[in-house]
Write a protein that binds this ligand. Sequence first.
Ligand SMILES: [Zn+2]
Length: 388
Amino acid sequence: MRKVMLFTLLCSACQRQEQIPFQEANLALIANPGFDGTRLGPKQIALTFDDGPDESTFWIAWYLETQGIHATFFQNGKRYCRQLDVDNQCVLGPETRGCDNGAAQVYVADPIYYPESLMDTIQNLGHHVANHSQDHCNLFYENNDDNLSWEVQTTQNILDRHIKDGFFAFRAPYGSWNNRDSDVIHQNQALNKLVGPVVWNIDGGDFACWANGLSVNQCVALYMKSYQAAGKHGVVLMHDRPEWNVTSLQPFYFVVAFVKALQADGVEFVDLTGAVCPIRDDACVNRCGNIKDLCGRSVHCDACPTYDQVACPTAIETCKGKCGTVISACNIPVDCGRCPNYEQLACPTAIETCAGKCGTVLNTCNIPIDCGRCPTYTQISSHLGLGF
Ligand SMILES: [Zn+2]
């Protein structure tokens, strides 16, 4: 009993427990290496198009919709006009910064700048529009943090005026992405909703097909080979803007032929969200209640604990070394049981026992206490000024 009481006297107040963040909104998942099609089931295929828009974009979106297929178009902000006149002519081109490493896509003498309403059209046909950066720089070499953030933010600003499905996907140009890129983007609160980078596991190099003069069927053969090598499921990379053949409709003709080949093999076309969004159980890890998952879908997780359940210490923790009514770290009075009487508490501390004493002293509970070395006779006489 006495030992318990000694502990009572020594015990200090319990620390407030750290509160668990149990609910967050769409959280960023800009991570390296990113999402490919490995979450998809057998023969499930998600189609994606990069670098647009261009002349094929609308036709691809329209054709796919006739087939009940919904794709994702990763777009570069610099393809879009900032200001149209009354005749829909572009009178103010896009913002652009160029790339830190001086690289650029193939030069186009008289580029077309598309109206932002094209994004609405693409979505109305059942597809997603998504972020492929403003200038299509290789972000691995975008050494200036501000430029890197600007490349993603500027295009997202355009997209945000139009995205209505809550799916904010991002794909890095060339698929080039590293942990430092992730860190920089994470520091930009406005980009926390992005999901990605979205990568791919099926690619037949369509831009090279057209640059090298291959036929549509030859290019389809390259893609079917990649599709088989990937185990017949995954995310397909294509380009609605052919970099070396801008405005060519080859991408559209190619998509029609490729889709027919995939349909003949019994493919199930799925939305990209199936490849990048967590299944329900993943979405609810460390979260609770009604939440939005990474793709903006509503998910019902288990009920959230109350604040008290999460953040307040238990009665046992609050009462450790204490008695009577104790106010917990959450300002809740907790009954910690009857306090001991005076006799039970009567053993003095070492400081109390040693007041004015030295050497080994028995306290009033008959416990020997070491009160430190006693001064020598000389020290005492010196202190008292006796001159010995
Ligand atoms: Zn690209």
